[in-house]
Design a protein around this ligand. Structure first.
Ligand code: URA
Ligand code: SF4
Length: 207
């Protein structure tokens, strides 16, 4: 048996509006990633958002700026949202894990995948964001977000684009992470088209 995971639960404030959560999360030290990341990168977007996009963790640019999805992956996501016909002003973006985990490779900081304990430690923040925003649709971007919200048996490659029964929101789905498309050596245009196709199913649910 593994020892119980210390989670962010005890850092949650009494007030649960997004701004109060953001302030509290800035001081979270529930897992070792607060030491590697520059700052907590909390979610961003209107509290009235109908769609919540959940990524993995902040990347290099997000770590430095303190804002989610502002780097290359964010630009690809924005482009895909436009193509799918989803108004960005109706979208809240966040991550399963809120500190950047990286390894030094020369002078570069290379993304390193958060492990199950880190995902579990950070989950109270994501759950509190979901409660505060109460989106109609949640889109997990990639396996880490899917693991956090849909369990470890969810397979993005097989189940992408399908909607699953979940207590988190009326509609919950998963697709690939835009970073995986940027890293891919395959047909990038085709992969972007598939991402857009998955997001069109989300657009169909919005009025
Ligand atoms: N990748 C993510 O998962 N989240 C970000 O905010 C940026 C890149
Ligand atoms: Fe807290 Fe999440 Fe940062 Fe870990 S990654 S210290 S749980 S905010």
């Amino acid at each position: 048996m593994r020892s119980p995971v210390e989670t962010a639960e005890k850092f949650l404030p009494e007030e649960r509006a997004v701004e109060a959560l953001r302030r509290a999360a800035a001081g979270c030290t529930a897992c070792p990633l607060h030491e590697t990341g520059t700052q907590t990168v909390f979610g961003e977007g209107p509290e009235t958002a109908v769609v919540m996009m959940v990524g993995e963790q902040p990347g290099d640019s997000e770590d430095l700026s303190g804002r989610p999805f502002v780097g290359p992956a964010g630009r690809l996501l924005d482009q895909a949202l436009v193509q799918a016909g989803i108004d960005r002003s109706r979208v809240y973006v966040t991550n399963a894990v809120k500190h950047f985990k990286w390894e030094a490779r020369g002078k570069r900081r290379l993304h390193s995948k958060p492990n199950a304990r880190e995902i579990e430690a950070c989950l109270p923040w994501l759950k509190a964001e979901i409660e505060a925003v109460s989106p109609k649709v949640i889109v997990c971007l990639g396996a880490t977000a899917a693991q956090a919200l849909l369990g470890k048996d969810f397979r993005v490659t097989r189940q992408r684009g399908s909607f699953v029964q979940s207590a988190y929101a009326p509609y919950v789905t998963a697709t690939v992470h835009p970073s995986s498309i940027l890293r891919s050596r395959g047909d990038r245009e085709a992969e972007i088209a598939r991402l857009v196709e998955d997001l069109r199913k989300v657009a169909d649910l919005l009025d």
